[in-house]
Ligand binder design. Sequence first.
Ligand code: MG
Length: 119
Amino acid sequence: MAKVLIVDDSRTSRKMLRSLLEEAGYEIAGEAVNGDEGYLKYKELSPDLVTMDITMPITDGIQALQLIRHFDKEAKVVMITAAGQKEKMMQALKEGASEFITKPFDREEVINTIGRVLA
Ligand SMILES: [Mg+2]
């Protein structure tokens, strides 16, 4: 079963993603609350996929994406975006993001996107 690392500063978002993904049969490797912690946990836990919130304190999702992809160029990172983040999305694409999921979460979108990236 694929292992997912959830990186998001919002406890509510982490909780929602966790329950959606567990319900779909994924294993949650761990959770991180900012980009720094996400990078460290990526190295520690070697997840199959990361869900990466873009807006976070300390180290944001774009910086964490850069760090993770520099460490592992095969890393699969799905960015979690809010409306009106087109510029950040373009930047994330350039840095090798696999896909995007938009908040608020839609169950189908989350499951389909993650399934596609892991296929
Ligand atoms: Mg956030």
